[in-house]
Design a protein around this ligand. Structure first.
Ligand SMILES: C[S@@+](CC[C@H](N)C(=O)[O-])C[C@H]1O[C@@H](n2cnc3c(N)ncnc32)[C@H](O)[C@@H]1O
Length: 383
């Protein structure tokens, strides 16, 4: 969940904001209807109005969208923007749009359900022949030498382990990827394309590809970077890779290897990367194999890593998801169920709270505590 401050910082990222604005400028006409998908505090909605759009539908589930309403009034665009505080998948629009604009990426574009969200918006909200922005995100991969970052990822405590045996943690940490500001000097190989997300046609959120990377110099290789370049509108985009002109908000992903590998120019490695969406979260798998170069010659190496292995899963929790599990409500579950049943469209929260407290007198010591509990459920599940 982002704060207003976060949205302002996204807007302050000149490379990102200028590119989106140029893309809008190139497409908006006085007849344009725009969907700002994941509008945040609505700054791109305001820009779309400033560029002359006839109508904007700003869709955003978080409360920050309320700031957009005030800003729209202050800018004189109040009547041209419909502010819709909801998940785009749960709403209908009065009309279809000429342009759908979104940036619901994280460090990488493969995050949460964003492929499904954009595909759904395209199918239901976009006119035939309309524009979906961005057009395409292309993900690139390159070998890197970055011992400082590698050590920071695998053993954040560096050499200060206070005499503890922490190998278990380092092994888990080798299965996390982390965000980095990439620099050209870190790269050991050329960047190769791993995947492209074509937003007009993408349906499958899962991506998988094997890429061969060739070292261009002798180096201790610590893993690889994965980043995206984007084309927002025809001929208008930016690169998130190492370089002087890159947006600051996204970063780039560093996928560490469990240990550094000595390589010489011309040495090749095969990197297989899979991103699989499971229950709304991406599991990343990266398998690497090749030969390291040492004084004594070449030695084969192979690593199998996955963000799944970084999770510390409690078996008891997992069992509750098994198809054969027969669930029975916990005390808290029973309490929530009671509140949901009381929310029948006739009673106000005070009545519901008093009824709940009468039924479960030992659960809340004060009316305010009960009301807060009921209020949370009401906020999530009521109209
Ligand atoms: C990276 S922020 C971008 C905010 C703003 N568009 C900007 O560029 O400054 C992505 C936003 O997408 C929103 N979002 C994610 N999934 C959504 C969905 N299904 N429907 C509407 N908004 C969504 C998030 O709440 C978040 O505010």
């Amino acid at each position: 969940m982002y704060s207003l401050y976060d949205y302002s910082n996204m807007f302050a990222d000149k490379v990102r904001a200028d590119t989106y604005i140029r893309a809008l400028e190139s497409l908006i006409t006085p007849e344009s209807v725009i969907v700002d998908l994941g509008a945040g505090s609505g700054l791109f909605s305001l820009i779309a109005c400033k560029l002359g759009a006839r109508k904007v539908y700003a869709i955003e589930p978080s409360n920050c969208i309320q700031a957009g309403k005030t800003l729209a009034k202050d800018c004189g665009f109040g009547d041209r923007i419909d502010w819709i505080q909801n998940d785009s998948r749960k709403i209908q629009l009065k009309e279809q749009a000429d342009i759908i604009l979104s940036d619901i990426r994280g460090i990488l574009p493969l995050i949460d359900n964003n492929i499904e969200v954009i595909a759904d918006a395209k199918n239901r909200f976009l006119k035939n022949g309309g524009h979906i922005l961005p057009i395409v995100d292309t993900l690139h991969i390159a070998l890197v030498e970055n011992s400082k970052l590698h050590q920071k990822c695998l053993s954040p405590w560096k050499n200060r382990n206070y005499g503890l045996e922490l190998q278990f943690l380092s092994e888990r940490h080798a299965n996390y990827w982390c965000s980095v500001r990439p620099k050209q000097k870190h790269l050991v190989s050329k960047a190769e394309k791993w995947a492209a997300i074509d937003y007009a046609s993408v349906k499958d959120p899962n991506f998988s590809n094997t890429v061969t990377l060739t070292a261009e110099r002798s180096a201790s290789v610590h893993g690889f970077y994965l980043w995206f370049d984007t084309e927002i509108a025809p001929g208008i985009g930016f690169s998130g890779g190492p370089g002087k002109i890159r947006p600051s908000v996204y970063g780039c992903a560093f996928f560490p290897w469990p240990e550094p590998v000595e390589m010489k120019a011309g040495d090749e490695v095969s990197v297989h990367v899979e991103a699989s969406l499971i229950a709304g979260e991406y599991i990343w798998l990266w398998n690497t194999s090749g030969f390291s170069s040492s004084e004594s010659g070449k030695e084969a190496f192979s690593f199998t890593q996955s963000s799944f292995q970084s999770e510390v899963t409690a078996l008891a929790q997992l069992r509750k998801r098994a198809h054969s599990h027969v669930p029975k409500l916990s005390d808290d579950g029973a309490l929530q169920s009671a509140v949901l049943h009381l929310m029948d469209g006739d009673r106000d929260l005070e009545v519901i709270t008093r009824k709940l407290m009468a039924k479960y007198p030992e659960r809340f010591s004060k009316f305010e505590e009960g009301l807060a509990f009921v209020g949370n459920i009401s906020e999530e599940f009521s109209h």
